[in-house]
Design a protein around this ligand. Structure first.
Ligand code: PHE
Length: 362
């Protein structure tokens, strides 16, 4: 038996030595197959047990089983060791280089219409106005009737209207101006009212200076004592701040809008000498909007007593103001969604509107 013991302990130490010598998982797998596999050395030894006498078989079998367990445990332990080494090497290899400079991000641009709305809102906010809104699809009543456009009145033809299918038997339009939101505001707010209304407007019109969809900003002030002087002062402060031109002259030219009385077109001073447009006191004039004192009929239509309250309103085209301020020649390009145009005329997301001239800015 001593011989047997000897050859088994030799076999054991040999096998354990090959386990220890395996330097990667693949080599260890090979060791496992050579020791414990179907034709492995221990398995082969097991197969010889049948030829032994029962006592010897029992003894040798037990000894072989012990060796088998020991070798299997040693393979498992080595496997864990090698896995840990492999992980350590991988972590080492794939280490994150935090010193690597970030790749430049493609930066989006703010559309000039959005930027201009932000600037307008910021200036009027500093003058105590809040923002009001209304729907793009508007009832004929809000868009025309309540604003003192009687049915079949020729003034309706001044605005080439997109007509919509009636809702509950009521005629509907795409709003042709932001003025219907004057009506909505007066119906829901009690004076004093100071709102501006930036928003989309629609007219069936398209050329260099007209687009079927464009933006306007409306202003409405209703109070007990309000007059044309307030209107002119308000527009003057706003326009000088917006165009960053402290001596910008303003002119009211009498005009007709059914919902104001008196009504005026708003012109600002400019020069067009040599085909270049400059804003300022140069003797030439450029129209930028309409305005006037809110018509008593409109106040009445909205449930406001014209004996107690008056007010003024104004409306300006937002793209037109952006074109003037930023030298953009063609209105249609605002709506073509050309990223090259946006890259050129757009604004950085954190550009801040200019409040310097309102005197109320921090
Ligand atoms: N809504 C008018 C237009 O679109 C502009 C305007 C607004 C005129 C307010 C007077 C008062 O032409």
């Amino acid at each position: 038996m001593a011989d047997n013991d000897n050859d088994l302990s030799l076999l054991k130490s040999e096998l354990l030595a090959t386990v220890a010598a395996a330097t990667d998982i693949a080599a260890l797998d090979e060791v496992r197959v050579n020791a414990l596999g179907k034709k492995g050395r221990l398995t082969e030894q097991m197969k010889t047990l049948g030829a032994l006498a029962p006592d010897a078989r029992k003894e040798r079998g037990a000894a072989l089983n012990l060796i088998k367990d020991e070798v299997a445990q040693s393979i498992d332990a080595r496997q864990k060791e090698l896995a840990a080494v492999a992980l350590r090497q991988r972590l080492e290899r794939e280490r994150l280089d935090v010193t690597l400079a970030p790749r430049p991000q493609a930066e989006g641009r703010v559309h000039p219409t959005s930027q201009t709305v932000d600037e307008i809102v910021a200036i009027f906010a500093s003058m105590g106005f809040t923002v009001a809104k209304g729907p793009d699809i508007e009832s004929d009543w809000h868009n025309f009737e309540a604003l003192n456009f009687p049915p079949d009145h020729p003034a309706r033809q001044m605005q080439d209207t997109f007509f919509m299918p009636p809702v509950d038997g009521k005629p509907m339009v795409l709003r042709t101006h932001t003025s219907p939101v004057q009506v909505r505001t007066m119906q829901t707010q009690k004076p004093p009212i100071r709102v501006i209304i930036p928003g989309r407007t629609f007219r069936c019109d398209s050329d260099m200076t007209h687009s079927p969809m464009f933006h306007q900003v409306e202003g409405l002030v209703i109070d007990e004592v309000t007059h044309m002087g307030h209107l002119k002062g308000c527009l003057l402060d706003f326009l000088r701040a917006f165009f960053n031109t402290p001596d910008l002259p303003l002119r009211f030219r009498p005009s007709y809008f059914p919902f104001v009385e008196p009504g005026a077109e708003v012109d600002i001073g400019c020069s067009r000498k040599g085909g270049e447009l400059k804003l300022g006191n140069f003797g030439d004039w450029l129209e930028i909007g309409g305005c006037g004192m809110v018509h008593p009929n409109v106040l009445r239509n909205c449930g406001i007593d014209p004996e107690q309250y008056q007010g003024f309103a104004f409306g300006m085209g937002i793209e037109r103001m952006a074109m003037l301020k930023y030298g953009i020649p063609d209105l249609r390009t605002f709506f073509e969604a050309d990223v090259r145009w946006l890259k050129h005329y757009g604004f950085a997301p954190l550009d801040i509107p200019n409040l310097a001239l309102t005197g109320v800015a921090p």
